[in-house]
Ligand binder design. Structure first.
Ligand code: PMP
Length: 470
């Protein structure tokens, strides 16, 4: 045993050397935030997972995923590990592969920074870059490509971080106990960005077993599907966002939403501004999803305004994002530096008109009358306790009536659909253009409450009044 309590080789030359780099995974430091968290009642601590040997938290999962493949005889000596990855799982698997003598092939989406692709190649992996702008089931997606590569390559096996039970299990056995021990059990909330959900599910489960009052908080980027699913049980459509490694367009088996107490939403601009602050005001050389997690933790702390200890996981390092988050030109091109106002200002600029909504048990007749009266073509549907059900759109009402499927006295419940984007009052107006290119309408929610909505014409109005359109 060495000072870190791990098995080491019996070398007399170097006291405490680990047998392989894989034994050096974990035991990462926890550091208190100071300047970025100034003014909060809670203390925020960050766990430096970028200090793991391959550069991210995923080092904890990789050896468990490979062990699982070996145990089931899916991976034989000299075989090939295949995975769909946004980069970090790939690097971690490549490190395991180097030690244990496997080859690696990774399918990555084209939104992944070229630094991360270059890093995977540096690890000796074969990398296939796939389009991001397709559905997960599309044969061109990185998910489908990885599956196909695993099937078609002799001696290959899919590590399957999205669905393998070994993913959450790894964090149950390593990250969870470490957090509990390092905080002396005085951790009140754990905050992690949700990618596959494995880290938060595993570590969260362990912490809950040892301290039932602990709050497990997931962070989800605007554009991903987790937030609406957790809050409202609704399946929404994903749309594009830039932060890497977190958010999803489907629900991976690795995520158990029952472990979560809260999901907080952050947009790209907040993620990247906070990432830069962490590097420049705290000296923490972290990546975009770390900024997302801290931005979410700050919102969480502000809303609760309690003396408590919040621990946030910083998943990876800054070196994967030099061409993006740390490149002013890229930041400006994407509207993340300077510029426009927020959705809150846009809603306020629309004036204090009360928002018109429908209830799920309203009749079609009533909804048609409301649409006519207010000259609008879609309504948010809100039930008891402000629960958002979705939207009802004029075109669907029309189809319902002309096809003779339904009549005016029926309720609108089955006409409620989810073809909307969901944003927060803090979402920047410049992000809305992309959002509304994909969705009919953007619903603005704060906590559980629907606080506004934005249509394409609202955006045009706002921009033309601000002189943004000429
Ligand atoms: N941040 C980054 C940068 C990541 O690569 C990942 C893993 N996809 C996460 C956060 C989230 O981890 P998990 O998949 O365990 O939810």
């Amino acid at each position: 045993m060495n000072l870190r309590g791990r098995d080491v080789i019996g070398s007399r030359a170097v006291y405490g050397a680990f047998a392989t780099v894989l034994d050096a995974v974990g035991r990462t430091p926890i550091v208190k935030l100071n300047r970025v968290s100034a003014g909060l009642t809670a203390d925020i601590f960050v766990k430096l997972e970028f200090a793991n040997p391959s550069g991210s938290m995923k080092d904890r999962a990789a050896s468990f995923l490979v062990d699982e493949l070996e145990r089931h005889g899916k991976l034989k000596p000299g075989g090939t590990i295949v995975e769909a990855t946004s980069g970090n799982t790939g690097a971690a698997l490549a490190m395991v592969a180097a030690v244990r003598g496997y080859k690696c092939v990774f399918a990555v989406p084209d939104k992944v920074s070229h630094e991360k692709v270059a890093a995977l190649r540096a690890w000796g992996a074969k990398v296939v870059v796939c389009p991001s702008a397709v559905e997960p089931e599309d044969p061109r997606s990185h998910y489908s490509t990885a599956k196909k590569l695993a099937e078609d390559t002799a001696g290959a096996a899919l590590a399957n971080q999205y669905h393998s039970a070994a993913n959450a299990e790894a964090y149950y056995r390593s990250l969870g106990p470490e957090l509990f021990a390092q905080s002396n059990g005085e951790i009140d909330a754990l905050v992690v960005g949700l990618g596959t959900g494995g880290a938060l599910t595993g570590a969260g489960r362990y912490l809950k077993e040892h301290k039932p009052a602990v709050q497990i908080v997931g962070i989800d980027p605007v554009g991903s599907v987790y937030y609406d699913k957790f809050r409202y049980g609704r399946d929404t459509r994903a749309f594009a966002y830039k932060v890497e490694g977190i958010g999803e367009e489907f629900y991976p088996g690795a995520l158990d939403m029952k472990v979560l107490d809260d999901v907080i939403r952050v947009d790209d601009r907040e993620c990247f501004a906070t990432t830069r602050d962490l590097v420049r005001h705290e000296g923490l050389f972290c990546g975009g999803s770390s900024g997302a997690a801290v931005a979410g933790a700050i919102k969480y702390a502000r809303a609760r305004d309690k003396r408590e200890n919040i621990v946030v996981v910083l998943c990876d390092g800054a070196e994967g994002y030099f061409s993006k988050v740390f490149n002013d030109e890229w930041m400006r091109e994407n509207g993340f530096l300077g510029g426009e106002g927020t959705v809150r200002e846009l809603i306020e600029a629309k004036g204090a008109r009360a928002m018109v909504t429908a209830r799920p048990d309203d009749t079609v007749r009533h909804v048609v009358q409301t649409m006519k009266q207010h000259g609008i073509s879609q309504l948010p549907v809100v039930g008891d306790n402000d629960r958002l059900y979705g939207i009802v759109a004029e075109v669907d009402v029309l189809r319902h009536l002309v096809t003779g499927e339904g009549h005016l006295e029926g309720t609108i419940e089955h006409l409620v659909e989810s073809d909307y984007a969901s944003v927060t009052p803090d979402t920047r107006v410049d992000l809305l253009q992309g959002v509304l290119a994909d969705a009919k309408i953007a619903l603005v929610t704060e906590g559980r409450k629907l606080v506004g909505l934005v249509t394409k014409i609202d955006l045009i109005d706002y921009l033309s009044r601000k002189g943004g359109l000429s």
